[in-house]
Design a protein around this ligand. Structure first.
Ligand SMILES: [Zn+2]
Length: 275
C-alpha cells in the first residue's frame, strides 16, 4: 500500500482537489480522513500534532483554507468554535462534526479515542467524501471497510490481553480517556486536570496522592506530549507507574502516525502500568 495522502499534509501533490480540498483540524481526525480518502483525494491538516488542540487558534491562512474547503472534518464546536466562524453559512461545504458522529457525552470532546466512536466518525467521513466525489465512492467504501477491520483487530487484541488484567483503575493527568476507559472496563478514579487546561492546585495533588495510597491505585495515564508538574510527585509519593500516552498521534513516528497504530501504541503503554 502506498503511503496515505495524509503524509502530504504540508506538501502539495498530485491529488484531486476540486471542488475544494478536504480539511481536517486535529491530527487524529486528519489521519482517519487520510485513510478513508486513500489515493484519490488529499487531506490537509490544520492543527499541528505538536499544538494543544484545546488552546489552538487558527492563522489567517488556516481560516482561508477552511473557507475554501469542500469537506471539513473537525472535533466539534466545544473544542473548535473557530471552525464554524471560518466556514460561515456556506452551503457548498460538507461538515463532519466528530462530536456528533462520535456521540459526544456532556462536554468531553475526546470521542476519537474510543475505537467504536472512531469507526462512526470514519463512516461519516466516507459519506461526506462520497457525496463530494461520487465517482470515487467505491474506493472510499473499500478504505472504510479496511479501516474498520483494522480497528476490530485492535479491539480483539486488546480485549484478549485485558482478560488477564484484574487491576484496571487509573489516575489521569488529563481527562482524555473516559470514552476509551468505558469501552474496555477501565476506571478513572481521579484526574489531575479536571478542567481542560486548568492547573492542579497543591491541595488537589495531595488529595490524589492520598487517594492512590488509600485505595492502592498505582497506574497513571500521563502524557507523552508534556510532563504534567504533578506527575513526579505521584511517582515519589504514591509509587505511581506512569504510562506516557499520546491522545493525538505523531506524523513523524511510524508507530503512531496512523489511527490504529496510535491505539496499539497507547494500549501497550496502558498494559505496562495496569496489573
Ligand atoms: Zn483534552
Amino acid at each position: 500500500m502506498k503511503k496515505p495522502c495524509l503524509l502530504g499534509l504540508f506538501a502539495a501533490a498530485c491529488f484531486r482537489t476540486e471542488p475544494g480540498p478536504v480539511v481536517a483540524t486535529i491530527y487524529p481526525l486528519a489521519a482517519i480522513a487520510g485513510e478513508i480518502a486513500g489515493e484519490s483525494v488529499q487531506v490537509k491538516g490544520i492543527v499541528p500534532p505538536s499544538a494543544d488542540p484545546h488552546s489552538f487558534e487558527p492563522s489567517p491562512a488556516d481560516a482561508a483554507l477552511l473557507a475554501g474547503a469542500g469537506v471539513v472534518i473537525y472535533a466539534g464546536p466545544v473544542m473548535e468554535p473557530w471552525v464554524k466562524e471560518s466556514v460561515g453559512d456556506r452551503k457548498d461545504v460538507v461538515l463532519v462534526d466528530a462530536s456528533v458522529s462520535g456521540k459526544m457525552e456532556g462536554n468531553d470532546p475526546h470521542v476519537w479515542l474510543d475505537p467504536a466512536r472512531a469507526k462512526m466518525i470514519a463512516s461519516d467521513v466516507e459519506k461526506a467524501l462520497s457525496t463530494r466525489w461520487p465517482q470515487d465512492s467505491l474506493e472510499f467504501r473499500a478504505n472504510l471497510a479496511r479501516f474498520e477491520e483494522r480497528v476490530d483487530s485492535f479491539d480483539a487484541w486488546f480485549r484478549a490481553r485485558l482478560d488477564s488484567v484484574p487491576e484496571r483503575r487509573f489516575v489521569s493527568v488529563h481527562p482524555a480517556w473516559n470514552y476509551f476507559a468505558a469501552r474496555y472496563g477501565l476506571v478513572e478514579v481521579a484526574s489531575l486536570n479536571q478542567t481542560h487546561g486548568g492547573e492542579t492546585s497543591p491541595l488537589d495533588l495531595a488529595r490524589v496522592v492520598r487517594l492512590m495510597n488509600s485505595q492502592d491505585v498505582r497506574a497513571v495515564f500521563g502524557s507523552a506530549r508534556e510532563e504534567y508538574p504533578g506527575v513526579s510527585v505521584l511517582e515519589r509519593e504514591a509509587q505511581a507507574r506512569v504510562a506516557r500516552l499520546d491522545p493525538i498521534g505523531d506524523e513523524g513516528d511510524p508507530e503512531r502516525s496512523d489511527y490504529v497504530g496510535l491505539l496499539f501504541y497507547n494500549a501497550r503503554l496502558m498494559l505496562g502500568v495496569l496489573k
